[in-house]
Design a protein around this ligand. Structure first.
Ligand code: SF4
Length: 553
């Protein structure tokens, strides 16, 4: 049995988290979300010795006990725990819990959640027939032991928390985020929880003007340390060597990257990957994404699916409820039209005021569209206005743009746009999977075999901001030339070198930091994708009333 101890038993570690913050426990235990931070990685490293099972407990009251990583359950009290070290004599035992870090500088020398966790271990031991009156917290950095007496007050507090945690789990409603709490700064899942962001959006929708707007702290890293790796080229092979991936073209090594620095691996065309490389990537939860040579998204391989089944249930409920689906679709399309308008306003000095007014009006109409069909019509009208001006944003280049065409694109600008949309939908797809969504069930794009409808929905607001903007930059900066395109039948496609140039431009854009228009902090576009996906999850869980599309000013 694993440490979670099955659905009926609460792991003592989760009780610790519940005492720290009920929402943290809910996200990790009920929703199954967890990310490694430097703190958790360090914690595991510090714990490595006690995590190895060693020693045993004999059924002899005179035998000394010294056992490591002891797993026990207590069905009556409803707990399970893994005790780092169990010391004792016969049936009188003391659990020792290893804590990374130093003894805290507070009068009790140990925080309440850690005392509760030890007390939970005591309750498990007592139910298993042991005598247990105190526990020890061993602080690895200070190399000090701190004793915790299991008095009536602590036992009552622990039992109250067990009962409260059960109530919260049964209710199935995520507890609200803490308000401006210093605990969030050290919380390993702050980038999943988004405490300040959720509090702000709840305040905006509640329109409670008696309170001042909360200060938004950027609790998530501004960008990922790990980067996507792209392999383009027939006949290339990806292999694993030690802690690196190597890319070979026949007998020649053409590239390599450290596994821990890879966030995703995208393979274009006939690229092969060896089984050891595939297994390693699956174990590390690094997605492998397959494209055709032309950039058509084939699919994705990942280790395991996300555990947040609660989110998927809510997604299915909302997507199959036409009214709720329309509410969300309106926001997404209104956001997209606003971003199209911003791109033109910023870059088209000759644009008529009337064009901008039309786009603003269409964005407003989208927000109040009374059916999915009417929304589709509004989006189509906005696209017509927008694409009629896109060609005017190409400056000092030999390339031109008349209108949007696809399958196949019939000019270089459309070839680049199609290619960028495919790369962008791939990134949105991966982000949605990482957050726990089913990317195939959307709110605006209706389900169709093989169509990543939710990824297409979520991509809408980013099309002008990321894909169109990258295309314009590449052409206007003359990074792409006629040699980067080839004729294929009636269509035009990018050559391998052209694709590399486009992907480089795309990655530059994704790494660009922008000031978040709602939250005020700086983040990369790649992070913004994740924030938006998490806000969608918060909206579906009912924590925030409306989905706020990402709109630049
Ligand atoms: S970020 Fe704050 S509110 Fe959110 S789970 Fe962590 S401690 Fe709780």
């Amino acid at each position: 049995m694993n440490e979670m101890g099955g659905p009926d038993l609460i792991p003592a570690r989760m009780l610790n988290e519940f005492a720290y913050c009920p929402r943290l426990c809910y996200i990790e235990w009920i929703q199954g979300e967890f990310i490694d931070s430097s703190d958790t990685t360090d914690g595991r490293f510090q714990h490595r010795r006690v995590d190895l099972e060693k020693g045993c407990i004999k059924d002899d009251e005179h035998e000394p006990i010294h056992a490591r990583s002891v797993y026990m359950t207590a069905p009556e009290v409803g707990l399970a725990c893994r005790i780092d070290l169990l010391e004792g004599d016969g049936f009188r035992v003391t659990p020792v819990d290893y804590k990374r870090g130093e003894v805290p500088e507070i009068p009790e020398k140990i925080y309440e959640p850690d005392r509760v966790q030890l007390c939970a271990q005591c309750l498990v031991l007592r139910e298993n027939g042991f005598e247990c009156v105190e526990g020890i917290a061993y602080f690895i950095r200070s190399r000090k032991r701190v004793a915790v007496k299991f008095d009536d007050e602590l036992v009552k507090r622990t039992k109250d928390l067990i009962a409260e945690l059960r109530r919260v789990a049964e209710r199935g409603i995520i507890p609200p985020p803490l308000k401006d709490s210093p605990k969030c700064v050290r919380c390993s899942i702050a980038s999943i929880c988004l405490p300040d962001e959720v509090n702000l959006l709840r305040k905006i929708s509640d329109a409670d003007e008696t309170e001042t707007a909360p200060h938004i702290r950027r609790l998530l890293p501004d960008r990922d340390d790990a980067k996507p790796v792209y392999v383009i080229g027939q006949g290339h092979t990806v292999r694993k060597k030690g802690d690196r991936l190597e890319i070979w073209n026949k007998d020649e090594k053409v590239g390599d990257a450290k596994l821990r620095e890879i966030s995703q691996l995208s393979l274009y065309g006939g690229v092969e990957i060896t089984t050891p490389a595939m297994v390693e990537l699956m174990q590390r939860c690094i997605p492998v994404i397959h494209f055709s040579y032309g950039g058509w998204f084939h699919g994705i391989c990942i280790g395991t699916t996300h555990k947040n089944v609660e989110l998927r249930i809510r997604q299915y409920q909302s997507a199959t409820d036409p009214e709720r689906a329309l509410l969300l679709a309106r926001k997404i399309i209104a956001g997209k039209i606003r971003n199209c308008r911003t791109l033109i306003r910023r870059n088209d000095s000759e644009v008529q005021r009337e064009t901008l007014v039309t786009l603003a009006r269409l964005a407003k109409n989208a927000e109040s569209a009374n059916s999915a069909d009417s929304l589709l019509g509004i989006e189509g009208a906005a696209a017509e206005v927008y694409f009629s001006r896109l060609g005017c944003l190409l400056k000092g280049t030999q390339f031109s743009f008349e209108n949007r065409n696809k399958r196949p694109p019939r000019d270089p600008v459309n070839a680049v746009l199609s290619y960028l949309y495919a790369v962008l939908v791939k990134d949105v797809f991966v982000t949605l999977l990482a957050v726990g969504f089913d990317p195939y069930l959307g709110f605006y794009h209706r389900p169709r075999y093989g169509r990543p409808a939710l990824a297409l929905d979520m991509m809408e607001e980013f099309r002008p901001l990321i894909a169109d903007s990258v295309a314009l930059t590449l052409f206007n900066n003359k990074e792409l030339s006629k040699n980067d395109f080839q004729r294929t039948g009636i269509g035009i496609s990018l050559t391998s070198d052209g694709k590399r140039t486009v992907i480089e431009g795309y990655e530059r854009r994704m790494e660009t930091e922008i000031r978040h228009p709602l939250f005020g902090y700086k983040v990369s576009y790649r992070r913004v994708l994740e924030i938006q996906a998490r806000l969608l999850a918060r909206m579906l869980s009912g924590e925030i009333r409306e989905y706020p599309p990402f709109c630049t000013r």
